[in-house]
Ligand binder design. Structure first.
Ligand code: CUA
Length: 340
């Protein structure tokens, strides 16, 4: 056998091994196979047995195909296969068994769907309205009177019912360790529930292509103990004195620039500006990430963003007709850092 033929023969094996090993990430923050709440665990409890049955039949069928191809291969030029005309018993068997299995899977799926979507208003439930925007997430807690962006805080052990709405195109809300994915459709409200058993940060992302920066529409769910969640919510209600310009120095100049350079036309800072287009920035520096959770929140990344928001996230609505200069950026960051 010459070398190129040997390589060609080994290529499928190499590809298979590559695909298998790529499934073994030691740290996979969006691993659907590692559920952390009752809803995700219920989905996992449906997925695993279905996968097991599918795997058995995959190897059985592929094995039979390989066996038949080798065992009954044509051995000489003038050999003709034995001519047969179907086998009624065999055909009924291989129609009935899959039909039965699919019926069982179907029933289990419908039961699971109905169960995770049951509305149980008697229980202690937290409502959140999630609005998808190109390309960030807005979270409104109607009972708490709070609005925040990208990082969804939830109390552990509580069923959180999400109302999913879109401001523009179809998105899909997907926090893999907590729930499945549900489409977020303009003009139509979908619902889904999430619940976390233990405190932690769970990454997710938009799972429906929604424009050029779809891949830059990430999200985080931050599950906190009920006490910590309460403290967080109370803190979010605070309006800070630094919101209003006055005083002197970089912070006051930055606050004035926030108005004069138009930031306040799109971004709300409670008690200072009112804007509906971009994320609410009232407590920006309580967050760990920004711009659809694609950046860790710090002054270096903020500077990068303010220099060229279109370069960092093409097509987003933050368009600066005149770019900010370095001095303006420094002052704006000094102001933004006070929004805790
Ligand atoms: Cu929003 Cu993809």
């Amino acid at each position: 056998m010459n070398v190129s033929r040997r390589v060609r023969r080994l290529l499928p094996l190499a590809l298979l091994l590559g695909a298998l090993s790529s499934a073994c990430a030691p740290n996979a923050p969006q691993d659907t196979l590692d559920p952390v709440g009752p809803i995700a665990k219920q989905l996992d409890g449906l997925f695993n047995p279905v996968l097991a049955v599918a795997a058995v039949f995959f190897f059985l069928v592929q094995g039979l195909v390989l066996f038949s191809a080798i065992r009954f291969r044509r051995r000489s030029e003038d050999e003709a296969p034995k001519q047969i005309h179907g086998n009624v018993k065999l055909e009924i068997t291989w129609t009935a068994i899959p039909a039965l299995i699919l019926a069982i899977v179907g029933i289990a799926t419908v039961i699971t769907i109905l169960d995770i979507n049951k509305i149980d208003k008697g229980a202690d439930v937290l409502d959140v309205t999630v609005t998808g925007h190109q390309w960030w997430w807005e979270y409104e807690y109607p009972e708490l009177g709070l609005v925040t962006a990208n990082e969804l805080h939830i109390p552990t052990g509580t069923r959180v019912e999400l109302k999913l709405e879109s401001d523009d195109v179809i998105h899909s809300f997907w926090p893999p360790k907590l729930a499945g994915k549900v489409d977020v459709i303009p003009g139509h409200t979908n619902t889904m529930a999430i619940q976390a058993d233990a405190p932690g940060e769970f990454e997710g992302q938009c799972a429906e292509f929604c424009g050029i920066s779809h891949s830059r529409m990430r999200l985080r769910v931050i599950a906190q103990s009920p006490e910590d969640f309460k403290a967080w919510a109370a803190d979010q209600k605070r309006e800070h004195p630094a919101s209003a310009p006055g005083g002197t120095g970089e912070v006051a100049e930055g606050a004035a620039l926030f108005q004069s350079r138009g930031c306040g036309g799109c971004h709300t800072v409670a008690g200072y500006t009112q804007g509906e287009i971009g994320p609410n920035l009232t407590h920006l520096f309580d967050r760990e990430t920004f711009a659809g959770s694609i950046f860790e929140l710090n002054s270096i990344n903020l500077r990068r963003w303010l220099r060229d928001p279109q370069g960092e996230k093409p097509g987003n609505k933050m368009v600066l007709p005149v770019p900010l200069n370095e001095d303006e950026i420094t002052k704006l960051i000094a102001y933004l850092e006070t929004l805790k």
